[in-house]
Ligand binder design. Structure first.
Ligand SMILES: C[S@@+](CC[C@H](N)C(=O)[O-])C[C@H]1O[C@@H](n2cnc3c(N)ncnc32)[C@H](O)[C@@H]1O
Length: 278
């Protein structure tokens, strides 16, 4: 029997690229129905993202939703870097004057094109579950963080209702809290902390913010060594059969999105209407 976990529709570089190629022009208009600034602020608090001189990398930064909130905390735009694999999403970010001074890099979260120990914080929101190798991606984040630096991942959790869970996992990977923790620990992060976050219109469905720290000292108490660069990741070349399977997976993911997307939009719209009426 095919396990729900195996569906994980867009958890693949190619299918994620296909999705954001057409979705990027609509992203900013629709994103407010799927996640809220409040959720991201709780994550940024947990990672202690504040201060002009902090050097911050935002991975899977997309159109800059989280990046803008990072700037809102006083971080100097010239100290912030956005990385994303979608040209469409970065094009949208480039249209925002507030992000003009932020460097935008096209690249893969699992193979970061930055020198060791370049950043004080690495953040991601709504991105980790697209990465087929999350531990590799988190190890890369550990490498580019300075000793004592912190990584933050904000992501959705597995819905508890079976029907919604199957739909959600057909669309993408929806990890459990244990999986998030394991990814951080396997990558070498210590002091891994979490906080549950939720959209005000659906407080029963939690998402999570996870923060881990790159150890400030080595096992002998001396200066820690930077983790070795993992090396270039083999580029995906699926072949005709692999491509056909990816296409089937993608169509299933889009069908699931066509079902759960409007439900989310309806529930959130009702909440916004109620707030406006109060
Ligand atoms: C749901 S959007 C989140 C965007 C933004 N962080 C936010 O909070 O609105 C997910 C983003 O992850 C990016 N992404 C997916 N896989 C990636 C990868 N392997 N490397 C870099 N970016 C990736 C997508 O292109 C997309 O922009």
């Amino acid at each position: 029997m095919m396990q729900a976990a195996k569906l994980e529709g867009l958890c693949n570089e190619t299918t994620a690229r296909w999705f954001y190629a057409w979705y990027s022009p609509f992203y900013d208009r629709l994103q407010k129905y799927f996640s809220s600034p409040h959720m991201r602020e709780k994550g940024l608090d947990l990672a202690d993202v504040r201060g002009r001189d902090l050097r911050v990398l935002d991975v899977g930064a997309g159109t800059g939703t989280l990046t803008l909130q990072i700037l809102g905390r006083g971080v100097e735009p010239a100290n912030v870097v956005m990385l994303d694999q979608s040209t469409g999403m970065l094009e949208q970010a480039k249209r925002k004057p507030q992000l003009a001074a932020v460097r935008k890099v096209l690249g893969d979260a699992q193979d970061l094109p930055f020198a060791d120990e370049s950043f004080d914080r690495v953040t991601s929101s709504g991105a980790i579950y697209y990465w087929p190798e999350p531990v590799r991606a988190m190890r890369e984040q550990l490498r580019v963080l300075k000793p004592g630096g912190r990584a933050l991942a904000i992501g959705t959790l597995q819905p508890s209702a079976l029907g919604i869970r199957v739909l959600a996992q057909t669309f993408n990977r929806f990890p459990t809290e244990e999986q998030y923790l394991q990814w951080f620990r396997d990558a070498g992060f210590t002091d891994v902390r979490t906080v549950n976050v939720a959209n005000p219109w659906n407080e029963a469905q939690f998402a999570i913010a996870v923060v881990g720290t790159r150890p400030a000292a080595g096992a002998d108490g001396g200066a820690p060594r930077a983790p070795a660069r993992i090396g270039a990741r083999a580029r995906e070349s699926p072949g005709p059969l692999g491509l056909a399977l990816l296409a089937v997976r993608y169509v299933l993911a889009m069908a699931a999105f066509a079902l759960i997307g409007p439900i989310q939009i309806l529930v959130a719209s009702r909440h916004f209407k109620k707030v406006r009426a109060e």
